[in-house]
Design a protein around this ligand. Sequence first.
Ligand SMILES: Cc1cc2nc3c(=O)[nH]c(=O)nc-3n(C[C@H](O)[C@H](O)[C@H](O)COP(=O)(O)OP(=O)(O)OC[C@H]3O[C@@H](n4cnc5c(N)ncnc54)[C@H](O)[C@@H]3O)c2cc1C
Length: 395
Amino acid sequence: MELVMKKDIVVIGAGPAGLSFANSLANTGLNILLVESQSKDALSDPAIDGRDIALTHSSEKLMTAMDTWSRIPADEIFPIKEAMVVDGDSEYAMHFDRARIPEEMLGFIVSNHVIRKALYDKASSLENVEILTDVSVTAVKTDEAAAEVTLSNGETLKAALVISADSRFSETRRKMGISADMHDFGRVCIVCRVTHEHSNQGIAHECFFYGQTLAVLPLSENESSIVITVSSNMADRIMSMNAETFSRHVEGQFNSKLGRMELSTERFPYPLVAVWANKFAGQRYAVIGDAAVGMHPVTAHGFNLGLKSQHTLARLIKDAHKAGTDIGASALLKRYEFAHRKAAKPIYLGTNAIVKLFTNDMPLHRLARKAVLRFGNAFPPVKRIITRQLTETSG
Ligand SMILES: Cc1cc2nc3c(=O)[nH]c(=O)nc-3n(C[C@H](O)[C@H](O)[C@H](O)COP(=O)(O)OP(=O)(O)OC[C@H]3O[C@@H](n4cnc5c(N)ncnc54)[C@H](O)[C@@H]3O)c2cc1C
């Protein structure tokens, strides 16, 4: 006879979004199972993947509330004190400083593997959360009464609700018949770290050059995270440069502003594809994290939005559970869908518009790019809105 395991919620994917969701439902008495295709070792001691994640104040608060911020070692949290955006070969910069927000920092940078470790540490300590590793989900179906998930080990799970948190290319979202708009930017983002001679002073730089984009994000005083966005052809060329040539290339691109630079880590390439799921919820089913919205990294909103999605859904579930009502009710899931689409859409469309404008080097676009930066600087209310949007502060 086939064995059926019963759970309240099955979460597919123990990445940052899935783990956060489980942590948000800590000690609720809800029986949660996370299913992850990676091994337990890969979750408890995640490999470095080159991503240094810029986190907003709102994300810091969410991570604090789920008792995971304090699990990040203090020397792995790097404050962003100021930010500069420059365009083309001009030295003119749009400048974001702390004067515009009540907080002392614009935000923080923490490596993805460090975030994942902190989230796993907490989730694996919870009595109401079980994490099944080395197993992937091969089928999902739902009806009015329950959701059913089939695992690669042949087991079947039944739950009141199933959540996909299995990346922007979510296979289970597809299995549930939810389509997604995907935009392939035809570009690749290369991430790594460099050490440098002069202090970065906690200032983040986003340089929209012609043909490529360079972001220099402050870590410790003499180390920064580098994000280079280029066409796929150029990415191959940059990836094949030896460390010395690469270091001189980045140093030259940055006009030696931080003095001599040396590549200090491996380089990791990420092809850039933005994804917008056409529905965030279905019958006893919802998508969170990148499975709902996969962002271009230029505005650094991907995981910040992922945190928001899981928080919105977890809060509704907690309320329903307290009230003794169905945690997989369609009215609840619709409320989640409405709230998160409303929060994410402007950020998703705004980010794609920025990418479109700042990667188009035609003369008219070049003019518009310069005008946008000058307009932003000249009108403090506009800059305040952008700052608030980027840092998620209320000031
Ligand atoms: C270069 C780069 C820079 C970035 N910078 C920032 C930034 O500065 N700020 C920011 O907020 N965000 C940033 N992001 C985005 C951020 O990394 C993502 O939003 C975040 O990692 C997504 O988390 P997730 O849990 O939704 O998905 P993922 O991290 O993709 O995790 C999905 C998990 O699901 C598992 N899985 C997949 N399929 C199955 C299956 N069938 N069964 C079981 N398990 C499955 C996978 O193994 C994985 O563990 C950046 C992204 C990139 C690429």
